[in-house]
Design a binder for this molecule. Structure first.
Ligand code: DX5
Ligand code: ZN
Length: 215
């Protein structure tokens, strides 16, 4: 299975409903980036916006918490009916297992995210615990960056280790995904690809989603 999660960070904030409905219709998952200006050098949108999106979302919502102390927000995220919630290993450290458990207890799928400069092996202790892993293929903080090619080897190494252990987990990739690299990341073991600018920057976002999925 290879699914596409359009990233709302690249949507038209003046016509957000139109873009959410597009993802409901044509995408698989709604990717929502929450940034705090501390863990990452940017601020995006927060829960007052997600509360509104939740009212019209029919596709599953995937909240990517790029914040310090992500655990402060797990309950809030769950109350919005979010199905997938990820936090950064860089923000959680030795609390990672506890945070995964907390997210799962709240009825959501738990994801652990890492930036490109964190060795992918740091995720290995959470295989069999986390429902998904979010491998950043750009440095978290901004849309529209160039895909870092080494990410493909990182995904392949993670997929190999998941299989070696006879476990299962979704691998999500985030950053710089376009039709030129979607097939390669899929072959490396990605199940869920986030795409911001290549979807909402396209003349026909629906066609862009199909092209990514079919790549
Ligand atoms: C970056 C965010 C991404 C971003 C991806 O920190 O996590 O989800 O929206 O945007 P593109 O697809 O434009 O790289
Ligand atoms: Zn993201």
């Amino acid at each position: 299975m290879f699914q596409i999660a359009p990233s709302i960070l690249a949507a038209d904030f003046l016509h957000l409903e139109k873009d959410i409905q597009l993802v409901n219709r044509c995408g698989d998952v709604i990717h929502l980036d929450v940034m705090d200006g501390t863990l990452v050098p940017n601020i995006s949108f927060g829960f007052s916006v997600i509360d509104h999106i939740a009212k019209i979302a029919t596709a599953p919502m995937d909240v990517h918490l790029m914040v310090v102390h992500p655990e402060r927000w797990f309950e809030k995220v769950a109350k919005d009916g979010v199905q997938m919630c990820s936090f950064h290993w860089e923000a959680a450290g030795r609390n990672t297992s506890r945070f995964i458990q907390k997210i799962q207890e709240l009825g959501m799928k738990a994801g652990v995210a890492i930036n490109p400069d964190v060795p992918v092996q740091k995720l290995f202790p959470y295989i069999g615990k986390a429902d998904y892993f979010l491998v950043m293929s750009v440095f978290a903080g901004f849309g529209g960056q160039k895909f870092i090619y080494e990410s493909i080897d990182r995904v392949a190494a993670l997929r190999a280790e998941i299989e070696r252990r006879g476990a299962s987990a979704i691998i999500e990739i985030d950053g710089g995904i376009n039709v030129g690299n979607a097939q390669t990341v899929r072959e490396a073991g990605v199940n869920l690809a986030v795409a911001g600018s290549s979807v909402f920057g396209a003349e026909d976002p629906a066609a862009a989603i199909s092209a990514l999925r079919g790549a």
